[in-house]
Design a protein around this ligand. Structure first.
Ligand code: SF4
Length: 363
């Protein structure tokens, strides 16, 4: 299938706004042409370093400046990560995604430890993904050499609406990080969040930014905002299932070969709603009772749903073969001790400042 890379916002909006049944039918047809419709990839998300993040992402309870009741923790040990990965494998996950609440990766002991975690999980014959913030080309190369399968870095929303949610890091830096990952053999995972108050135009804008990348990301997570008390977006209305299905279906149509992942917000969705998303082209989920800090359905419940729908978890390395993993002592990339200057737009976002103020008064 030839992949179209010159999508415009108007074209994508036209798809998003189609009559629901037409949209579902088209997305399901494209899904079947490109994927086995009864196979769903299952990933486990592991928060290897939680909380205390210096950024101001309006949706995130891990931002230190807001007052939320999450329990932070320092970087987990390699052994702790290995134990969790083994548990995830036993429950049917083919991929472990390790998330650290960092603005960007800094060369040093902690990054070396993450590289060791990548090697360890790779040796368990599981796909390894990391989401660690912005990274340089050299850092991406070192992750690739350790055996990383995918790197996640979400665009979150359209470039325009992104500025209404985050002021401490720029959109271009996100694209540059994705570009750095692309210089290696690591696959790209990048998506966003709906329900942050954005318009349909913004949703289409985010899909333009992703679908015009060449190659398109191998994986696109679609999250529904889980509003957390204390964050600037705590009062956002829940995303309707119709919007979620429309977003999944549109993503499937404009990125036919990509794995579309149902991510945060699944606890708010009925099984019937999730089944509609799978029909519309979603073919990946996060398993485990927590997604970093927000609730997620229990693995057992997911497997019951898979049984009812006749779905099967995807085996690891089906889409791309297992990357080789080079030991630290054999590495041909030096720790450059880089201190890159990622941008800090620092414009004012009223609701972020309000949430920050409230946090100070509630201490
Ligand atoms: S989304 Fe990531 S970068 Fe933003 S505050 Fe949360 S942990 Fe930090």
């Amino acid at each position: 299938m030839t992949i179209k890379h010159d999508w415009t916002k108007e074209e994508i909006l036209e798809i998003y706004n189609k009559p629901f049944m037409d949209l579902l039918y088209e997305a399901a047809s494209i899904h079947r042409e490109n994927h086995d419709p009864n196979v769903v990839q299952v990933s486990t998300l592991l928060s290897i370093k939680t909380g205390g993040c210096p950024e101001d992402c309006g949706y995130c309870p891990q931002a230190a400046r807001y007052h939320t009741d999450i329990e932070g923790n320092d970087l987990m040990s390699v052994n702790q990560v290995k134990a969790q990965a083994l548990r995830a494998k036993a429950s049917g996950s083919s991929r472990v995604c390790m998330g650290a609440a960092w603005r960007n990766v800094k060369d040093g002991e902690e990054f070396d430890s993450v590289l060791e975690m990548v090697r360890t999980i790779n040796k368990l014959d599981m796909e390894v993904c990391c989401t660690l913030g912005m990274i340089t080309e050299n850092q991406a190369q070192r992750l690739a050499e350790a055996g990383l399968y995918a790197y996640n870095h979400n665009l979150d929303s359209s470039e325009e609406y992104y500025k209404e949610v985050i002021s401490t890091r720029g959109y271009q830096d996100r694209l540059d990080t994705i570009g750095n990952v692309r210089k290696t053999n690591v696959t790209v995972c990048s998506g966003g969040i709906i329900g942050m108050g954005e318009s349909n135009d913004d949703r289409a804008g985010m899909l333009v930014a992703l679908a015009t990348l060449s190659p398109q990301p191998e994986s696109v997570p679609i999250n529904a905002l889980v509003p957390v008390e204390g964050t600037p977006l705590e009062e956002q209305a829940p995303v309707s299932i119709w919007d979620m299905v429309r977003m999944v279906a549109t993503t499937r149509i404009v990125m036919p070969e990509t794995q579309v992942r149902l991510s945060a917000g699944r606890t708010e969705m009925s099984r019937e709603g999730q089944a509609m998303c799978f029909f519309a082209g979603a073919n990946s989920i996060f398993a485990g009772d927590k997604l970093l800090t927000t609730p997620n359905p229990d693995v057992g419940e997911d497997m019951e749903m898979f049984k009812a729908l006749g779905l099967h978890p995807q085996k690891p390395f089906v889409k791309k073969s297992k990357p080789e993993s080079v030991e630290a002592t054999e590495s041909k990339f030096l720790n450059l001790g880089e201190k890159p200057k990622w941008s800090r737009p620092s414009h004012k976002i009223e609701r972020n400042l309000e949430a920050q103020k409230k946090s100070k008064t509630s201490l």
